[in-house]
Ligand binder design. Structure first.
Ligand code: B3K
Ligand code: ZN
Length: 872
């Protein structure tokens, strides 16, 4: 397989003004007929370029005609899944008839079956598995879709836009015609047919238009869509208020499907969702999952403008729509709940997972310059770091100018397929702020390391911050240039009060320093006492900050910083410092011992009743195994686990009574609500229980069992179960069984059971996981199930990282099995193996050997790209 490059971009030689599709759906073969109204692209300039249409090995061509003339075989060629026609007029109608077999489509790209329905997934290049087409985002066309099916089995037949016709064929089949007036690329096409239940609602837009809202699911799930419907309406209102964006069609539909490769898809007017990101009910859904449903509904809805009305010119520009839309959904969730909590969660995820990606063999810029398989570039870098870039623009411009910039962007490019440069240009033109240097963030991979040193000059009352930046080399980018980095800073005195210093002639307690060079010194004046700097407030840039804080300074920031984010950040740093010592001890076989300063900080934290319980819970959460692995020079998984466990037990024993009390104080007696306040209290309650479970207090075992048995909601029930499993509660095994028996008819709950079961610490962990894959509830065709078991196993530190390499071998075996069946899923599963270079040598060689074994197989492009790049 070979790479394609951004620098080779050329405009399409042909355009498709109108696309008319007819699907004759059937269990055995589906016939797709397309009528494409095509013409040569005037911007291409060449008058004789051949017409080259994209197809797939699973698409069987029956016939092709031009302006009604059926082309004989010598007038076209089929080469490498492409249909090539050499002689064409300047404008013509191309008709193609193809046969596909959705029931055999295990890749879940193109048209496929999930349970008893037909559904589609076309982004990025799935449409070519339906029919021959110019399957690229800069070819935008007006679609009319005719669906023919047996109404008894497929009473619901949906596509993009509005339903314009419904009739019967002579054979008694039903024909439904949909028309979408907005030109769109093929990746936004969707079709769904099935026997589905629907929930209807209505939204009145700011200009007074009524939009019909519909959510479709299999009938047994229709009682779980109310929350998503409300979230949709909140999203629609928010986009009007925050961005001035109104919905544009008369109908907006969402369909839930069980077999789906990712979270959801923003097809125009017809979003298709993984049921795990749509269905929610108190008894079956945890708080986290409620919040995720709300965020994903919002994200897909927001794409209607950032993605659909203005789309990407080519797939290298993916972050144009994804980074911006993630920023939009993060801001929405922040407005709906607590902004600080949301920021901490997002940053914690970024620093754990995106930083690891950016430091590994698959590191790439937010706008990659090449790829082998685009599906591999739906990454944390494109999404999450992409969102951080938009957030930095927001920080540099301020709320008002940012809005002017987004207004200009939507107005200027409505109906177009554009680039990340176009986005930045609109922001720059609307604000007058020069973003030329800033654009390096799009093209340079790797996480910058920002090192801060300070000097206080008491006689002159001056305070100097010297800040250096350096970005480590990444694959293909050995040298790096300085970036434009906004660093929000506040200064605290030794009592923890904010210092009103002068910076550039102005008094402020919170300034944004603009770092643009490799090294710069920033000067504050009228600084009356030696400050403790609060650096990178709200995580104003996606960088690794280095400043030698003392434990006392961190304790001060943790208890007194006016920036809530930095209070969390200080606690994390303190915990990281202590864990680093412990990890070293564990790695070198010493007995573990620590004089923990963190304990004192956490004691006052638990005593402070003015704090948001959700923030207290976040501050109590020790840096994760994954985050500590990211920070480590060399990863010793078991040493990290041991160190975390040791610190957790130390804290638990020191504060045992406080945890017991905090647990009691946060029991909610009223009915379950997924509201910010209640979610916050449940999260603190669960955190307290988790610490408390590490003590020898004999009351805690009963508390866990009682919460498990009597919970009226999944958050509490599953919370108790997880704590029981991870603290080796004597009833853990019977609780796991009871949980399965109770929920075996709810696949999304069974997934949680699979994940937890796969993650449990046991001598025979691998056998347990193999057992799960043979369990009647498991299904290799269902990506959620595969991810639950293998994802759970990935968190099973002792099982996955077993010295004999059996954990790695097992994962590699699964990747090999899935490689051909579902390349996208298989490729995602490779991620843990791509970290082999950082593992301690004994494990590293074993992991590498598994990658080599995979590489020796006949691989899909997806898996080939990740595995071969990881071995370089
Ligand atoms: N745009 C889709 C992702 C499609 C992934 C294709 N491999 C979902 C989203 O980001 O909203
Ligand atoms: Zn998206």
């Amino acid at each position: 397989p070979s790479a394609i490059y951004l620098k080779d971009y050329k405009v399409p030689p042909f355009l498709i003004d109108k696309t008319e599709l007819t699907f004759d759906l059937d269990e055995a073969t589906t016939v797709v007929t397309s009528r494409l109204h095509m013409r040569r692209n005037p911007l291409d300039g060449k008058s004789n370029a051949p017409l080259i249409l994209d197809g797939g090995e699973d698409v069987k061509l029956i016939g092709v005609a031009m302006d009604g003339y059926a082309l004989p075989p010598e007038e076209y060629q089929l080469v490498d899944d492409k249909l090539i026609i050499t002689a064409t007029a300047d404008s013509f109608i191309l008709t193609c008839e193809t046969l596909i077999e959705p029931q055999n489509n295990t890749r879940l790209e193109g048209l496929y079956r999930s349970s008893s329905m037909f559904c589609t997934q076309c982004e990025a290049e799935g449409f070519r598995h339906i029919t021959y087409y110019l399957d690229r985002p800069d070819v935008m066309s007006v679609f009319t879709t005719t669906i023919i099916a047996d109404e008894a089995r497929y009473p619901v037949m949906l596509s993009n836009g509005n339903e314009i016709e419904r009739a019967k064929t002579d054979e008694g089949k039903t024909v439904v015609v949909w028309h979408d007036p907005f030109p769109k690329p093929a990746y936004l096409f969707a079709l769904v047919a099935g026997d589905l239940a629907v929930k209807n609602d209505l939204f009145t837009t700011q200009s007074g238009r009524d939009v019909k809202l519909q959510i479709f699911t299999e009938s047994h799930n229709i009682d779980k869509v109310d929350y998503a419907m409300e979230a949709l309406k909140r999203s629609m209102r928010w986009d009007e208020e925050k961005y001035g964006r109104e919905y544009d069609l008369d109908i907006f539909m969402i369909v839930a499907v069980d077999d789906f490769n990712m979270g959801a898809m923003e097809n125009k007017g017809l979003n298709v969702f993984n049921s795990s990101c749509l269905l929610a009910s108190p008894k079956t859904t945890t708080d986290d999952a409620f919040l995720r449903v709300e965020a994903v509904v919002a994200h897909e809805y927001f794409h209607n403008w950032s993605g659909n009305r203005v789309t990407c010119r080519d797939w290298f520009q993916l972050s144009l729509k994804e980074g911006f839309t993630v920023f939009r959904d993060q801001s929405f969730s922040a407005d709906m709940h607590s902004a600080t909590v949301k920021r901490v969660e997002d940053v914690s995820f970024l620093k754990t997972a995106q930083f690891a990606e950016d430091a590994g063999p698959m590191a790439h810029p937010v706008r990659p310059s090449s790829f082998i398989e685009i599906s591999n570039f739906y990454t944390l870098t494109v999404y999450e770091k992409g969102s951080e870039i938009v957030r930095m623009i927001h920080t540099l411009l301020g709320e008002e100018l940012f809005r002017k910039g987004s207004d200009l962007y939507f107005e200027r490019h409505d109906g177009q397929a554009v680039t990340c440069d176009d986005f930045v240009a609109a922001m720059q033109d609307a604000s007058g702020i020069d973003l030329t240097l800033f654009k390096r963030w799009y093209s340079q991979a790797g996480t910058p390391i920002v090192t801060v040193e300070d000097t206080y000059l008491p006689e002159e009352q001056r305070y100097l911050l010297t800040i250096k930046q350096e970005t480590p080399a990444t694959p293909g980018q050995p040298t790096k240039l300085p970036l434009h980095i906004p660093i929000r800073v506040g200064l605290l005195n030794e009592q923890g009060q904010e210092i009103q210093a002068q910076y550039q002639g102005e008094h402020s307690t919170d300034v944004t320093l603009l770092l643009t060079e490799a090294e710069q010194t920033f000067e504050f004046t009228q600084v009356s006492s030696k400050p403790v700097p609060s650096l990178l407030r709200s995580f104003s840039a996606p960088v690794k900050l280095r400043y030698n804080y003392t434990a006392d300074q961190l304790l001060l920031l943790m208890s007194a910083d006016s920036d809530g984010f930095n209070r969390w950040s200080a606690a994390q740093q303190l915990a990281v410092n202590e864990l680093t010592q412990l990890i070293e001890q564990a790695s070198s076989g010493q007995p573990l011992a620590i004089e923990s300063q963190l304990v004192a900080g956490l004691r006052s934290l638990l005593a402070d009743e003015s704090l948001d319980p959700a923030m207290v819970a976040l501050i109590l959460a020790l840096p994760s195994q994954a985050y500590l692995s990211e920070l480590a020079e060399t990863i010793d998984p078991l040493a990290i686990r041991k160190a975390r466990q040791f610190l957790k037990v130390t804290i638990a024993n020191a504060l045992s009574e406080q945890f017991a009390q905090t647990y009691q104080n946060n029991i909610i007696t009223s009915d379950y609500q997924p509201s910010a306040q209640d979610i916050a209290r449940r999260s603190l309650k669960s955190m307290a229980l988790s610490y408390w479970s590490e003590t020898s207090d004999d009351k805690v075992k009963a508390a866990i069992a009682e919460q498990f048995a009597n919970a009226d909601n999944m958050t509490d029930q599953f919370g108790a179960l997880s704590i029981a499993v991870h603290s080796a509660h004597p009833d853990a095994a019977s609780m796991l069984n009871a949980f399965y028996e109770q929920w075996k008819n709810e696949p999304l709950v069974v997934n949680k059971w699979l994940m937890l079961s796969a993650s449990q610490d046991a001598d025979d962990a691998l056998a347990v996981v193999e057992g799960l894959m043979a369990h009647p509830s498991f299904d290799l065709k269902n990506p959620n199930k595969v991810r639950s078991v293998l994802g759970g196993f990935g968190q099973n530190v002792a099982g996955f990282h077993k010295e004999d390499g059996s954990g790695y071998r097992f994962l590699a075996d699964q990747i090999i099995v899935l490689n051909k069946r579902n390349p996208q899923l298989a490729s995602r599963l490779c991620t843990p193996l791509t970290r082999w270079k950082k593992l301690k040598p004994e494990l590293s060689v074993k992991m590498k050997a598994e990658l080599e074994r995979i590489l020796a197989e006949d691989l899909s492009k997806d898996v080939y790209e990740v595995v071969s790049k990881s071995l370089v």
